[in-house]
Design a protein around this ligand. Structure first.
Ligand code: MG
Length: 399
């Protein structure tokens, strides 16, 4: 008798800034369940509805062992596909099925994938500040805590200036000036490199804030500071410009957190235009497609750097980590420094020591959720402000 899916529950909780969506797949085997991350924090109601109204009826009664088939069928079952809401919803089920399979086998998910290549995953953390001096001092603080890979930003995603002049009657918003961004960030990166030395690995995320040609120039300008990688220098809509960056400098390029569709990452990897794949594992549909693209990237010399800020749930971080310790081409793992509350709410949330994230050796994903505690932190509805970004004249812009 196969073990089947008996119920699918969605847990929405907000222990910090992000709305977290966790899927719990309950099986016909008493006590056996799995967890998956389906977190799309800005449109979480839509993901909950997609799971409860569409995916749950689709998967009920299915054999839990057939992860591959479930993933393939779920991706095409809606006919219209490859969008962030549905991919996240599918990821919730996909990751939960990997968790269940590991528990049934008595193995951690990294063993199901092929076993460990390394004991732990090196992580990077985020340093920010309002001036180059403050960013450098925050980088030093992280170095003192044992971190060797540090992302440097200034003023959030930057481009802010007290001199910015808006037109009369300009609406509210998160304003930035892309040209100011280029000037400020170059000064900051130069200062930090000079202050903290060459051995610490620095990363920077442009967050697709520039005109494509300015991004090309920025990638050239930062070349002397030898970044570990430059992230999201271009928007998904502008990826043809990666060819120009490649032809003009050897700055290491990371891309992918906004990608939904294999056609977005395949050509970039195949043409050797990027060095790190940054996809958000739940946004691409779960562990199954992440496993596929990791191995594909490995053929072309590209490394993994799965998206891992606070809008990846602790369950999603656990999934990232299993991929990290297994992938032959692991590059780096982003880490948001989870709060004490999150460690309490998600027993088994990966621990980071001396700049490395360690898996526990429990079967499955090795993470659980305290549902009573999660219920005490329900998701709050608010209209997000940081994504209402505008250029100085008020034109809506990419966040
Ligand atoms: Mg990013």
């Amino acid at each position: 008798m196969p073990v089947t899916i008996k119920d699918v529950q969605v847990i929405a909780t907000q222990p910090g800034r992000s709305h977290l969506i966790i899927v719990k797949v309950i099986t016909s085997e008493p006590g056996l369940y799995g967890l998956g991350c389906a977190t799309f924090t800005q449109r979480w109601h839509a993901v909950v509805a997609a799971i409860e109204k569409h995916l749950k009826p689709f998967v009920l009664g299915r054999d839990v062992s057939r992860i591959e088939e479930m993933f393939r069928m779920a991706m095409v079952h809606s006919y219209w596909r490859n969008g962030p809401v549905l991919n996240n919803a599918i990821s919730g089920i996909d990751q939960a099925l990997w968790d269940i399979k590991g528990k049934m086998a008595g193995m951690p998910v990294y063993d199901l994938l092929g076993g460990k290549v390394r004991e732990a995953a090196a992580v990077y953390v985020h340093a920010d500040g309002t001036s180059p001096e403050e960013v450098a001092s925050n980088v030093q603080k992280y170095m003192d805590q044992g971190f060797r890979f540090i992302r440097v930003q200034m003023g959030g995603y930057g481009g802010k200036s007290s001199l910015m002049t808006k037109p009369e009657g300009a609406p509210d918003g998160a304003y930035y000036d892309p040209r100011e961004y280029c000037r400020n960030m170059l000064k900051m990166i130069a200062h930090v490199r000079k202050t903290v030395g060459d051995e610490v690995e620095l990363l920077h995320d442009i967050h697709e804030r520039l005109m494509p040609i300015d991004a090309v120039r920025f990638a050239k300008d930062v070349e002397p500071y030898n970044l570990f990688f430059l992230e999201d220098s271009l928007a998904p809509e502008d990826i043809d410009y990666f060819r120009h960056i490649r032809q003009q400098c050897s700055t290491r390029i990371a891309m992918g957190e906004l990608f939904n569709n294999p056609r977005e990452w395949q050509p970039l990897i195949e043409e050797r235009l990027i060095d790190f794949i940054r996809m958000h594992v739940s946004q691409m549909g779960g562990i199954t497609p992440a496993r596929d693209v990791a191995l594909f990237a490995n053929m072309y010399g590209a490394k993994t750097a799965w998206h891992g800020p606070g809008d990846t749930s602790p369950v999603g971080h656990a999934a990232n980590l299993h991929l990290d310790v297994w992938a032959p081409n692991f590059g780096i793992q982003e880490w948001y420094r989870a709060s004490e509350l999150e460690y309490e709410m998600f027993p088994g949330l990966p621990e980071v020591r001396d700049g490395y994230m360690y898996p526990n050796d429990k079967p499955g994903l090795g993470i659980d959720i305290d549902e009573e505690l999660a219920a005490k932190y329900p998701c709050e509805d608010e209209i997000e402000m940081w994504t209402q970004t505008r250029w100085p004249d008020g034109t809506p812009a990419r966040p």
